[in-house]
Design a protein around this ligand. Structure first.
Ligand code: ACO
Length: 355
């Protein structure tokens, strides 16, 4: 039976390290609060005017391509997951193709907008394309440049301290080996609480969210003309152009959905939590990962956490963590690897792979 496997993996994080103490110099926060609530000690920020979501994604992609033993020109499809794209449109998929210098191949490029679960969704899409025989070298990238769009005042501290920049990439290829590759993927969503973790502006909603949230925030629409609904001066002046998160609400749902979707994948494949060799959770918050670890009955060496060093890198967090685990020999050939994510949407998902 034709399956897909990760044939090469790479990651890249910018050089600039920003500690909790660094953040406490620009906003009212402190190392103790951040570490206690999230586990984060530091994160990386890209170089201003030089590094972008696409360019750091390309660095990770080059490593993944080399490790897969192929040439850039052999890539036959691109999938790019991010919530912090270089441009509102076009998406980063085509920009990555250009950055890699492979526009002549005219391959398809797909952009995924599933935030924290973007990589798991992307892997599932890549898996379907490879299994169907349509593509043989799918390049999947998860990349984020959060630092360029956060509120660095005390007003934004609950969100800003959590996020960091980074990129991870994999090349997904077909395999006919019995004991190798993607065993299953499970994907879910529930839009009921879309605005609980959201970036509303710029956008065309024009107050539409009020219908679902009962919110009465003034976004400056009353004075806005056509052409100003999407983005207007009022939004900029009132700092309404930053991500919004109801942290405790997200936390409660995350600790419920992570175990659910992992169990679903295990049930589908006839495996149990005791079969998992390495669990790579989306690095949302160390407390969420620890809660899920306990529910699964896994020991510390069966879970890879690196949120302490990089913060939450959203679509990049799973490939960055998986790459690090592989490079450190913590994931070996034949290991059962479990990936799981939950995030804005809400969307969530899991994947089981035999490495
Ligand atoms: N530094 C200091 N104090 C802060 C900070 C900060 N960075 N941020 C918020 N506070 C204050 C608040 O103002 C509040 O003060 P008050 O009691 O005087 O009003 C107090 O700390 C508690 O605020 P809460 O938001 O209730 O803090 P909570 O304990 O819920 O922790 C956190 C916040 C860390 C965001 C937590 O809710 C959480 O981890 N939620 C899960 C969401 C998550 O992981 N999101 C990641 C991105 S989404 C994803 O990837 C799934």
């Amino acid at each position: 039976m034709l399956r897909s496997k990760i044939a090469g993996i790479g990651s890249y994080v910018p050089e600039k390290v920003v500690t909790n103490d660094d953040l406490s110099k620009v906003m009212d926060t402190n190392d103790e609060w951040i570490q206690e609530r999230t586990g984060i000690k530091e994160r990386r920020y890209g170089k201003k005017h030089e590094e972008t979501t696409t360019t750091i994604g390309a660095r990770a992609a080059e490593i993944a391509i080399e490790r897969a033993g192929i040439q850039k020109e052999d890539v036959d499809f691109i999938i790019f997951a991010t919530l912090s794209p270089d441009y509102y449109f076009p998406g980063c998929g085509v920009l990555l193709q250009r950055e890699l210098g492979i526009t002549k191949t005219e391959i398809g490029a797909l952009d995924i907008r599933n935030q924290c679960s973007g990589f798991v969704y992307g892997l599932s899409v890549a898996d379907q394309f490879v299994r169907s025989g349509m593509y043989k070298n799918v390049l999947l990238v998860g990349s984020e440049m959060h630092s360029m769009g956060l509120d660095f005042t005390t007003r934004g501290r609950n969100v800003t301290v959590i996020f960091g920049d980074g990129a991870g990439a994999v090349v997904v290829q077909p395999t006919e080996e019995e004991n190798e590759g993607v065993l299953t993927t499970c994907l879910h969503s529930d839009g009921t609480y879309a605005e609980k973790l959201a970036f509303l502006n710029p956008g065309s909603h024009g107050g539409y969210h009020e219908k679902y949230t009962g919110e009465e925030t003034d976004y400056g629409y009353s004075d806005a003309e056509y052409g100003e609904i999407f983005l207007n001066k009022h939004m900029v002046e009132n700092a309404q152009i930053y991500p919004h998160m109801e942290g405790q609400f997200v936390f409660k749902l995350a600790v419920q959905k992570f175990p659910e979707v992992i169990k679903e994948a295990l049930d589908k494949t006839g495996l149990g939590a005791e079969d998992i060799d390495m669990f790579i959770p989306h690095q949302a918050n160390l407390r969420i990962s620890q809660f899920v670890q306990k529910r699964l009955g896994l020991s510390d060496d069966q879970v890879w956490n690196n949120i302490q060093k990089y913060g939450n890198t959203t679509a990049a967090s799973i490939p960055v963590a998986l790459c690090e685990a592989v490079e450190n020999g913590a994931v070996k050939k034949g290991d059962l690897v479990c990936l799981a994510a939950f995030g804005s949407g809400f969307t969530w998902g899991s994947a089981l792979l035999r490495w």
